[in-house]
Ligand binder design. Structure first.
Ligand SMILES: [Fe+2]
Ligand SMILES: [Fe+2]
Length: 318
């Protein structure tokens, strides 16, 4: 097999409409309108669960609005960089494809990811387009760069794209901006195909030999990022509200639905991980959510050391 070195440049410049080649991209991409979204609340307090938070409800209306905007910014930043990473992923999979059919499949998936990126890009500030947040995006990037294609099929297409179906559906269902909701609905249809193509290609023998330890570490990292709850949304509210005390952080973490939503997400993650040949490795993974006090302590430890912590997905469920 040819040696291919892939560098997923998350911080690569992205000029969008200001790029000279933008008209060519726009001609291939049906754009949903991002006009006049600045003043909108993209996901309301009820969707986040923040209407159940004492801390949030007693804040001034402009603070509430700023907290919701910060939470939404976290979601859009994550979606933007996942789609951006999809370009590097597809490029690697085309170049290492064992057959023309598989190369065709990944070229088509790459075109989908380029379209998704173009749809989301207008909703992301110029600053955010070169600033991936949190450890998940860096971890995903390291997998794309380092793993063999047969492992990526399982780790990215089967697990993460499967996860994306649930994630994008919730974003679409709760989004107050009709254009952005339509974008997530369209992305969701494509991600379902990407996930299905991963299931079709998954090889039950991949976890034999040396691959086993690498995959076990990746699965454990995924599970750990979910076990800690909606850390990114907690960080956004904390930053806007100006430094919350421990019991206030616990109030927000509970309102964000950690006790109900995190177990649901962990069950989904386990179901996606359980594929033919992976059972023995998955059985050893800890899918127990942290308690609310533990999740708050995790947040405090990480925000003091490295800035806000992040989870696999910052979105709770309504
Ligand atoms: Fe995508
Ligand atoms: Fe995808």
């Amino acid at each position: 097999m040819a040696k291919i070195g892939v560098h997923n440049r998350l911080t690569a410049e992205h000029a969008g409409e200001k790029s000279g080649i933008y008209p060519l991209i726009a001609a291939k991409v049906r754009r949903e309108s991002a006009a006049a979204f600045d003043d909108d609340v993209l996901w309301p307090a009820q969707w986040w669960g923040l209407d159940r938070s004492r801390v949030f409800m007693k804040a001034a209306p402009e603070v509430q609005e700023a907290a919701l905007a910060a939470c939404a910014r976290g979601l859009l930043n994550e979606a933007y960089f996942i789609e951006k990473s999809g370009l590097a992923y597809s490029a690697k999979m085309v170049l290492l494809a064992p057959s023309t059919d598989v190369a065709q499949l990944y070229a088509l998936i790459g075109a989908d990811e380029a379209r998704h990126l173009a749809w989301i890009e207008p909703f992301v500030s110029a600053d955010d387009k070169t600033r991936p947040r949190g450890p998940f995006l860096a971890f995903l990037s390291s997998l794309i760069e380092a793993c063999k294609p047969e492992l990526l099929v399982y780790l990215v297409q089967v697990i993460l794209e499967g996860w994306g179906i649930d994630h994008y559906r919730r974003l679409a269902d709760g989004c107050s901006h009709p254009g952005l909701a339509a974008i997530f609905r369209n992305i969701l249809k494509d991600e379902a195909m990407h996930h299905r193509s991963g299931i079709l290609q998954h090889d039950a023998k991949i976890l034999r030999g040396k691959n086993r330890a690498a995959v076990a570490v990746a699965l454990e990292t995924y599970a750990d990022m979910v076990r800690v709850g909606p850390q990114s949304a907690l960080a956004a509210v904390d930053a806007v509200c100006g430094g919350l005390a421990e019991e206030e952080l616990a109030d927000v973490m509970t309102a964000l639905g950690h006790e109900t939503e995190t177990p649901r997400k962990l069950a989904l993650l386990k179901e996606l991980m359980l594929q033919p040949g992976t059972e023995a490795v998955v059985e050893k993974i800890d899918f127990t959510p942290l308690s609310v006090p533990e999740a708050v302590a995790f947040y405090q430890g990480h925000s003091a050391a490295n800035g806000p912590a992040d989870s696999l997905s910052s979105a709770p469920n309504p």
